[in-house]
Each structure stands twice: as structure tokens, then as C-alpha cells.
Design a protein around this ligand. Structure first.
Ligand code: FE
Ligand code: FE
Ligand code: ZN
Length: 300
């Protein structure tokens, strides 16, 4: 079965209930969210009543908790040993929040080496994760494949394997493949089975817990990380459809993180989510060259 959704918002007032409603408005059967703003680590208390209401709505619409994904804030840099104490404290709290919500997967960017040698950066990530994750941890931590912007770590399966191999609790760690990041890191999405072969050989396909579906604004190996809307980037419609419908990863949630579409309304810029229209394209397996225009029309 196709498990498709997108990044959705999670705000203080509506929490998980708001996220479920947003996902349903896109025709999705899964979703991903940050438990607060992606660019900071301020988090508000969870309201169990809203969580319970969200569960009811999910049940009515055949959305299962197993396919829901949280994304950790991207300002957390696990490779930076100077932030070790803060990172450990924040991540422990975040894993608790995710567990309280009943979600069992969290995607995290491995980190950036900054001025450190890459191996030292990887070792810092290992130390942090081994301090955070213990035998009681219920949530699986998924390391995302990165584009290689700046000194980002986790840009190939060897670096991800290095982290996984050094984990005390290997069953609690996995990976999230991001098609834009893979492309920008130098992997050719046109031959996605070859990428899966490498993942299978180095870390095992059972470690893949989530796929981020994004087109890219840049050519292969550009090391940029700029997402493009579905089918209109350098990866293209056919290649992305082949990823989504690849039988080897059939039961893994696919999450769109394509950019919002801008629309100039009386010189006031508005932003519209593209996910309803993109999910339609994916379900129909039909390319839509007028995607951007249709999104603007829909929300006008
Ligand atoms: Fe990410
Ligand atoms: Fe991503
Ligand atoms: Zn990205």
C-alpha cells in the first residue's frame, strides 16, 4: 500500500489534532511534523486530550501511528562536542515528547563537523546518541542522508554505517533517505535500485525507516540542499515515481518536503502548501506540468 504524506505543522493550540487535520486535507495517509519550531528548541507542554482526539480522527481515516514521523529541530548539531550537555538534555526530552505522542520514529540530521576532522565529528555524534539512547528508549532515531552542504556529516552510506556500527543499541537506530539530499550528495536517483543495493549491503534495508520525497533545484553532486516541487526539478517526475513505487521499500512512509509555492497577492506575498496537488500526481502517477499554476488557483 502507498504510504504518502508531507511535512505538516504542529502548533501549541491544536497540537497533533491540527497535524492530522492538515494531513487529511492533503489526501495523505501519513505525515511528519516538528514538535515545535524547526529552528529552535522551545517546546510547549502536550495536551493529552488533543492527542486522544487526534487518535480518534486517525482511526476513522485509517492513519496508523506506526507511519507517523517526527523531525528533530535542525539547529541541533550532534557533532559539536561543545554542545554535548545541551544536546543530550534536549534530545532526551524530545524523545520523551515523541513517545508521549505515541509516535515511534524521529528523523534527525546527523550533524556538521565544522572545523573538526570528519571522523571526530562522527565520533561526537556516536557519543551523544549513545548517551541519549538506552534500553528504555522506545522511539527509533533515523539519521537522514545529507546533501553535503558545508561540513555536513552523513553524506553517504559509509558515514551512516560508521555511526550505526558504533551504537550500543543498534535496533534503536535507522536511516531516512532524502531524494534531494542523495542527488545533491552525488547519488543518481535514476538508478535508485543501485542506491538501495548499497544501503542493503552496508546497513541493511530494514534500517530504512522513512523516505523524504523531494525534487532538487540543483544538479547531481551540487552539495546544495535546495528542494524543488515534485517533477519540476533535476530529478524529475519519472524518477521520483519510481522511488515511491519501488517494491523493496513499499511499506516505508514517504514524506514530501517540497517548498511552499509563493503567490503575489496585491504585492503581499503569500505561501501555499503544494502537498494536496503533489499527492494527487503521485496517486495518479500522472505528471502535471501546470502544478504551480494549479496550486495558486486552488488557494486563490
Ligand atoms: Fe531533514
Ligand atoms: Fe529531508
Ligand atoms: Zn533538505
Amino acid at each position: 500500500m502507498l504510504i504518502i504524506g508531507s511535512h505538516v505543522s504542529f502548533n501549541k493550540d491544536k497540537q497533533l489534532l491540527g497535524s492530522v487535520k492538515e494531513a487529511l486535507s492533503y489526501g495523505a495517509n501519513t505525515f511528519m511534523f516538528y514538535t515545535g519550531a524547526p529552528q529552535n528548541t522551545n517546546r510547549s507542554n502536550l495536551d493529552d486530550n488533543l492527542t486522544y482526539e487526534a487518535y480518534q480522527l486517525m482511526k476513522e481515516n485509517n492513519i496508523v501511528l506506526e507511519n507517523i514521523v517526527v523531525h528533530a529541530p535542525y539547529i541541533v548539531n550532534l557533532a559539536n562536542a561543545e554542545n554535548f550537555d545541551f544536546n543530550v538534555r534536549f534530545l532526551k526530552e524530545e524523545l520523551n515528547r515523541v513517545e508521549l505522542l505515541g509516535v515511534n520514529k524521529i528523523v534527525i540530521h546527523p550533524g556538521s563537523a565544522l572545523k573538526l576532522p570528519r571522523e571526530q565529528g562522527l565520533n561526537n555524534i556516536v557519543d551523544t546518541l549513545n548517551t541519549v539512547i538506552d534500553e528504555h528508549t522506545k522511539v527509533q532515531v533515523l539519521l537522514e542522508t545529507m546533501a553535503g552542504k558545508g561540513s555536513e556529516l552523513g553524506i553517504n552510506f559509509d558515514e551512516l554505517k560508521y555511526i550505526i556500527d558504533n551504537m550500543k543499541y543498534k535496533d534503536k537506530i535507522g536511516v531516512c533517505l532524502d531524494t534531494c539530499h542523495l542527488n545533491d550528495a552525488g547519488y543518481n536517483i535514476e538508478n535508485f535500485d543501485k542506491i538501495l543495493d548499497e544501503a542493503e549491503e552496508k546497513i541493511g534495508l530494514d534500517k530504512v525507516g522513512c523516505i523524504h520525497i523531494n525534487d532538487s533545484k540543483n544538479v547531481i553532486s551540487a552539495h546544495k540542499d535546495r528542494h524543488e516541487n515534485f517533477g519540476i526539478g533535476t530529478i524529475g517526475f519519472d524518477n521520483l515515481i519510481n522511488v515511491i513505487y519501488n517494491k523493496r521499500i513499499e511499506n516505508i512512509p514517504k514524506i514530501l518536503e517540497t517548498p511552499y509555492v509563493t503567490f503575489d497577492d496585491n504585492s503581499k506575498e503569500r505561501l501555499y502548501p503544494p502537498y494536496k496537488q503533489e499527492i494527487e500526481m503521485i496517486k495518479n502517477k500522472k505528471n502535471n506540468p501546470n502544478l504551480i499554476a494549479q496550486i495558486r488557483d486552488y488557494y486563490k
